[in-house]
Design a protein around this ligand. Sequence first.
Ligand code: PMP
Length: 323
Amino acid sequence: IKWTDGRGWHDAQLVPYAPLSIDPANMTLHYAQTIFEGLKAYRQPDGGVATFRPEANARRFQASSRRLAMPELPVETFVEACDVLVRQDKEWVPTEGEASLYLRPFMIATEVGLGVRPAREYLFLVIASPAGAYFSGGVQPVSVWLSEEYVRAAPGGTGAAKTGGNYAASLVAQAQAIEHGCDQVVWLDATERRWIEEMGGMNLYFVYGNRIVTPSLTGSLLPGITRDSLLTIAADLGYEVGEGRISVEDWKRGNEDGTLTEVFACGTAAVITPVGSIKSTRANWTVGDGGPGEVTLRLRSALLDIQTGQAPDPHGWMHPLGA
Ligand code: PMP
């Protein structure tokens, strides 16, 4: 779907997957006006297909577009575009289990020019790719690297938007994580370098027995849809759940004195993954016994059961698209 200044959204098309032809002076290539989303379509027990909370992705996409000075796509148009593609690609939705069809809606500027200002022409696209189960052979804890040198986002910046620049800024720290033998980066706040924000592509949750806390949305971390869903599911299951501030010292001390029993990360890709160990320039430590915890696994099954239609959907999160 195209957007042109003065004309709005026009020319929605369903076309076979193919490369785009891009002018070398395309504004996106230089000034990175690009936003995206990620969501999944799961096979349901009746053989039909359903996406998980597409309206929530549509609203986050609108918030991202406002921050990047891009036009807002109506929620209904975003959802309809995803529906049209899933219906077209239905045979690519795996037939069972955690496997899914991953959808990647995104928007780029298409205007040609070298002046730095919001573009006056855009293109919204949705592409899809089958995604296998994130864990083959059981849920494996990830090891994380605490990034003390680099920050992903700062107050007033684009951290709460799903825009390419945030990921570009994160790659050097991700490379450091790998060098230190870790799977993922944990980001701290930019001001004090003390408060836990999120991971490279997932939000974090801290489990203190029956009490579960996730870092508050400070404006510099992504408001994850899985994070939001788990605030509700954890409360449904009887946990005391809320948002708060967790410092690096709180995390370390909690694991040392045993009050912090589990830490897990959550996002569309993995749904939930346990965090097993953490490394930084100052200290390395293990979370609990390093294995997946009971609360982590319980929440993971509860959410996946809703997504795959194995459990009722009390909050109306599934968006069915028929068989
Ligand atoms: N934080 C970041 C930086 C991410 O890229 C993602 C993945 N979209 C998340 C958190 C988790 O968000 P969601 O639950 O909506 O996938």
